[in-house]
Design a protein around this ligand. Structure first.
Ligand SMILES: NC(=O)c1ccc[n+]([C@@H]2O[C@H](COP(=O)([O-])OP(=O)(O)OC[C@H]3O[C@@H](n4cnc5c(N)ncnc54)[C@H](O)[C@@H]3O)[C@@H](O)[C@H]2O)c1
Length: 455
């Protein structure tokens, strides 16, 4: 649908492994062309013009250690594994309102009018296709630009038609889909979600248990396109769609981009546990005034977010191992919709901790963050890494991408890892392995301990 002027096929940099290099351009399909999606697209275009830097993106900026002992090398991720380039990306997507990406970016107010003016033409060229919507899943929004169909299976087929047309019009052989749509109401997998047969029958029967995001995920997988879920609601996180991804050999990952307060939580909590400081309570509250905040003002969508944010601490603090330190802490998360703030979220954390002789202490964190500024580089990295996973033949749930998610989806019944630093080691070790380099553990990353041992 939309061709950015900077799109030229990229020549692969190196031929180190058996992974197919990224030939040609890469399609990016986004259900939900809102603040996050338009901040990403504007950013990719601004960076290509030399008018901004991709801070926050590992694929664009990070160097990782290769080899250990006395002679480690530090290699940029993009030089270690074959990744597509930002200039290779071609964007298309759906929304339930018809505004083009420029109008939406102006309304979202994340980037200044001056910045948007420089990429106005590129953004105006991206007008969303009609979305698949059901207001019972996002109760605070109304859809004015939606598809109609006799059944949910018809709607899935209409999405597949959009995808195939986009690929053909832009001469694309590869694409990735990233859900950046609004948070749908909380739900749990039911009997209908257990097998592909019952799920497809549900699509034909218009079953109420099938959310719009699941219809996009199904369409993506049926078109052999990897799918990443940026919101806390279930989409590919049901057995039927995990089976479909495994059967077809398609990469999936989720869920809920880890941006502001939860990122801080997964940085601070591992520190408290490592120092064996006790936790009595962690109170987190946020104000946010964007459309996402308006959607989360509904109890159903908020519950999906609350559950996603809530699991982090137990997993990191391990109360089973340390009942005295972490067996009985209070954890409360609040999000309040406060329109004057727009996308500039403000989060407060009050952390009540206990030290030597049970003495109480407090930590206060006041994070004045910008939601979409933190989310855009996550989406960019996921696009490149999901494409890499697909080319490398890594099918099904991509646990190594847990780093990017608040509530990482797991390939089996194991509990997810939430510690940001362990997640980072998982991610970088997957990259080392794909590049046929040796995986490292945490001690490999520090000083060479052998030198310290007096023989
Ligand atoms: N920004 C962050 O830091 C962050 C962090 C974690 C998760 N998320 C999640 O990412 C998603 C996007 O966030 P945002 O700030 O861009 O929100 P947004 O409200 O600006 O954009 C979401 C867009 O999705 C559209 N939409 C809703 N249902 C749809 C459907 N069925 N089909 C197509 N389009 C649909 C809405 O009209 C809207 O334009 C939200 O679910 C949010 O919870 C954001």
């Amino acid at each position: 649908m939309n061709r950015s002027p900077m799109n030229k096929p990229t020549t692969p940099r190196k031929q180190s492994t058996g992974i197919a290099p990224p030939q040609g351009r890469l399609g990016v399909l986004i259900p939900g062309m809102g603040a996050v999606a338009t901040t990403l697209i504007a950013g990719v275009n601004l960076i290509a013009k030399g008018q901004g830097r991709p801070f926050g993106s590992l694929t664009q900026m990070q160097k990782i250690q290769i080899g250990h002992g006395n002679r480690p090398r530090f290699v940029a991720i993009k030089d270690l594994v074959h990744l597509a380039e930002p200039r290779d990306l071609v964007f298309g997507g759906w929304d339930i309102t018809p505004e083009n990406a420029y109008q939406t970016a102006c309304d979202a107010g994340v980037l200044s009018q001056d910045m948007l003016a420089d990429v106005r033409q590129e953004l105006e060229a991206i007008a969303p296709w009609r979305g698949v919507f059901d207001q019972s899943y996002v109760r605070n929004l109304k859809g004015s630009h939606v598809k109609t169909g006799a059944s949910k299976m018809d709607l899935a087929k209409a999405l597949m038609d959009d995808i195939r047309k986009f690929l053909a019009d832009n001469d694309l052989e590869r694409a990735v889909m990233v859900w950046c749509g609004s948070t749908e109401v909380y739900s749990e997998p039911g009997p209908l979600h257990q097998t592909l047969e019952s799920f497809e029958q549900g699509l034909r029967d218009n079953a109420a248990e099938i959310a719009p995001s699941m219809i996009y995920a199904y369409a993506s997988l049926m078109c052999d396109i990897p799918f990443a879920n940026g919101a806390p609601n279930l989409s590919t996180e049901i057995p039927a769609l995990v089976d479909l991804a495994n059967k077809k050999g398609i990469a999936i990952s989720g869920r809920d981009f880890k941006t502001g307060q939860t990122m801080m939580k997964t940085i601070i909590a591992p520190g408290l546990r490592t120092r064996m400081l006790g936790l009595e309570g962690w109170f987190s509250t946020n104000i946010i005034g964007n459309k996402d905040g308006e959607v989360l003002n509904d109890s159903g969508s908020f519950k999906a977010k609350e559950v996603s944010k809530g699991q982090v601490l137990d997993s990191i603090l391990q109360p089973d191992l340390y009942p005295e330190l972490y067996g009985d802490y209070h954890h409360k998360v609040r999000i309040d919709y406060y329109p004057p703030r727009g996308d500039d979220k403000e989060g407060w954390d009050n952390i009540d901790i206990r030290g030597w002789l049970d003495q109480p202490m407090q930590i206060k964190v006041n994070f004045l963050c910008r939601d979409s500024i933190l989310a855009a580089p996550i989406v960019l990295d996921l696009i490149f890494f999901m494409d890499l996973a697909q080319r490398a033949g890594l099918q099904g749930v991509q646990e190594w991408l847990s780093f990017y998610y608040k509530s990482p989806t797991m390939p089996d019944s194991r509990k997810p890892e939430h510690d940001l630093f362990v997640q980072h080691l998982m991610l970088t070790n997957m990259l080392r392995t794909l590049a046929e380099e040796e995986a490292l553990n945490q001690s490999d990353l520090g000083e060479n301990v052998e030198k310290l041992i007096v023989r």
